[in-house]
Design a protein around this ligand. Structure first.
Ligand SMILES: Cc1ncc(COP(=O)(O)O)c(C=O)c1O
Length: 457
C-alpha cells in the first residue's frame, strides 16, 4: 500500500485502489519498518508465490520423518513418566498437562538429562527456562540484558536474522564481529568490545553459533572455543551460544564440546532448540542461564529466574502439551537426541555431500564461483561475481524455478553482497540436482548479461 504525506487519510493499495488507512507504520515501533523484520516474511512470501520452484532456501528440517501418530505416543510416554517416575496422582497429571503451568517449564529435568547425555554438560535444572522455540529464548535474554540506551550486543556476522530482528524490537543495537577462517575473528571481537567501550557503550554479550552456523556453515575448533572463553573472561563479556545444528555433523566429523560444556566461569548463556531434533511445530526451545544475579536487597538468584519474570509477561508459559510431546520424544530415546536423530543426520550428510559435489560438477576449476564446504549442518554459502539481491531472487524464482537466500539478509547494512545461501535440509538429492541445474543456468546467464553490459558500456 502506498500513501504520500503524513496523517490519516486515503492511500493507494498495490493495485492503485483507494483505501482509507487508520495507522501508519511510521507511528509504530521503528523496528516494524526495518528490513530485518521483513526478512523472514519476504522469503516465505517468495516461496508461496512460486510453489513450483525448487527451494534451496528453507532451513526447515526434512519432512519425510514427520509422524502424527508419534505425537500421541510421546504424549502418553510423558503422561506415564509423570505418574510412574514423578509419582503424580491422576489429578496432578491432568493439571500438569492441561492447566497453566510452571513458568520455567515442565521438562527442565529431561532437558538437563539430555544435556548430560549428549553434551556431557552438567546443568542445574533450575537454570533452564523452557521457551516457545529458541526464538523466545533469544528474546528473553536480549530483553534482560538491555538495561539502558548505552547497551549493545555483538554478533558474529553474517548473523541469524532472528537475533537481529529480536534486538531491533528491543532497541538494542547489534554490532557485527567478523567471521574468521575458524568461525569468529577473536581479534576483531576484542577490538569491537574495546571500540564500543571507548564510545561510552556497554557491550553486554556476543551472540555466536560455534557449530555449523546459520548462515555461514562455519564451526569453531576446540582451541578457538577455549580462546573465546578466555577472551570473554578477560573482557568481562557474556557469550550467547546458539546451537540448533550441533547434532548434525556430516559423515565422520567429530562433534566438539559446546562452549557451555567448556565454560567453568558461567560466561555462556546457552540457547537450545528442539525444532531440528524433534519437530518445529511443537515450538519448544530453551535457555540455560546459570549466571548468578544479585538483587538490591542482597539476595542472589539465577538469570533463569529473571528470564522467567519476563516470560511470564510474554507467553506466560510454554504449552505443556507441546512440552509433553518433546518430553516423550526425549524419554523414548533415553534423553539422547543423538540417538533420536540418526536418520536425520544421515539424510543431511547425504544431501550436503550431494550438494557440494554437484556444485563442483557445475562450476569446475577456473569458474569464478566459489562455495564453502561445511563439516555439517544445513547451509552452504556460494560466492558469485555479481551482487545478489532480492530482485535477483525474484527473477531466479520466476524465470529459473529455484529459490535460495540472498546473504545480504544476514548483514543488514544494505551493502551489496556477492553471495547466496543454499540449504540442504528440506530437499531430496533429485531436487538438489534440479535446483543446482537451475542455479547454474541463472549464474551463467547473469555473468553473460553483465559481461555484455560491460562490453557495450
Ligand atoms: C540459528 C538459529 N537459531 C534459532 C532458530 C529458531 O529456533 P526455534 O524454531 O526453536 O525458534 C533457528 C531456526 O532456524 C536458527 O537457525
Amino acid at each position: 500500500m502506498r500513501r504520500s504525506g503524513g496523517g490519516p487519510g486515503p492511500a493507494d493499495d498495490d493495485c492503485g485502489v483507494n483505501v482509507t488507512v487508520d495507522l501508519h507504520v511510521a507511528d509504530l515501533h521503528p523496528a516494524l519498518d526495518d528490513p530485518a523484520l521483513n526478512s523472514m516474511n519476504f522469503l516465505n512470501e517468495v516461496a508461496q508465490h512460486y510453489p513450483d520452484a525448487v527451494s534451496l532456501a528453507a532451513g526447515r528440517p526434512y519432512e519425510e520423518f514427520f509422524d502424527v501418530a508419534a505425537l500421541h505416543r510421546h504424549l502418553d510416554t510423558f503422561r506415564r513418566h509423570l505418574a510412574d517416575d514423578l509419582g503424580q496422582s491422576p489429578e496432578q497429571v491432568h493439571r500438569t498437562l492441561l492447566q497453566y503451568g510452571r513458568t520455567k517449564g515442565i521438562i527442565h529435568q529431561l532437558v538437563a538429562r539430555n544435556l548430560a547425555v549428549d553434551e556431557e554438560l552438567t546443568v542445574d535444572p533450575e537454570a533452564i527456562v523452557v521457551t516457545v522455540g529458541c526464538q523466545e529464548a533469544m528474546f528473553l535474554v536480549l530483553r534482560a540484558l538491555r538495561a539502558g540506551p548505552d547497551d549493545v550486543v555483538l554478533a558474529v556476522a553474517p548473523t541469524y536474522v532472528g537475533l537481529t530482528g529480536a534486538a531491533r524490537l528491543l532497541d538494542l543495537p547489534v554490532r557485527p564481529v567478523a567471521t574468521g577462517p575458524s568461525g569468529v575473528d577473536a581479534a576483531d571481537l576484542r577490538a569491537q568490545v574495546r571500540r564500543a567501550r571507548a564510545e561510552g557503550l556497554r557491550p553486554r554479550a556476543c551472540y555466536l553459533m560455534p557449530d555449523f552456523a546459520n548462515p555461514s556453515g562455519t564451526s569453531i575448533g576446540v582451541a578457538g572455543r577455549r580462546a573465546l572463553l578466555d577472551l570473554a573472561a578477560e573482557e568481562d563479556l557474556l557469550l550467547i551460544e546458539d546451537n540448533p545444528y550441533g547434532l548434525f555433523p556430516a559423515g565422520d566429523t567429530r562433534r566438539l564440546p559446546t562452549l557451555k560444556a567448556l565454560d567453568t566461569a558461567r560466561r555462556v548463556v546457552y540457547l537450545g532448540s528442539f525444532a531440528k531434533t524433534v519437530l518445529p511445530g511443537a515450538r519448544v526451545g530453551y535457555v540455560v542461564a546459570d549466571q548468578r544475579v544479585a538483587g538490591p536487597d542482597g539476595t542472589v538468584d539465577l538469570l533463569a529466574d529473571q528470564l522467567a519474570k519476563i516470560k511470564s509477561m510474554v507467553t506466560v508459559n510454554t504449552s505443556p502439551i507441546a512440552q509433553a510431546v518433546v518430553g516423550g520424544a526425549l524419554l523414548k530415546h533415553g534423553c539422547s537426541l543423538v540417538t533420536a536423530t540418526v536418520r536425520e543426520r544421515a539424510a543431511y550428510t547425504r544431501n550436503l555431500h550431494h550438494l557440494v559435489d554437484g556444485l563442483g560438477r557445475r562450476f569446475p576449476a577456473g569458474s569464478p564461483v566459489r562455495w564453502s564446504v561445511p563439516t555439517g549442518g544445513f547451509f552452504v554459502v556460494v560466492t558469485v561475481p555479481f551482487p545478489v539481491d532480492d530482485a535477483l531472487l525474484h527473477r531466479s524464482a520466476r524465470e529459473y524455478g529455484v529459490l535460495w537466500t540472498p546473504m545480504a539478509h544476514f548483514y543488514g547494512d544494505g551493502a551489496p553482497v556477492h553471495a547466496l545461501r543454499l540449504s540442504v535440509s528440506a530437499v531430496t538429492p533429485a531436487e538438489i540436482d534440479v535446483g543446482l541445474d537451475r542455479l547454474a543456468a541463472l549464474v551463467t546467464d547473469e555473468m553473460a548479461r553483465r559481461d555484455a553490459t560491460v562490453t557495450v558500456g
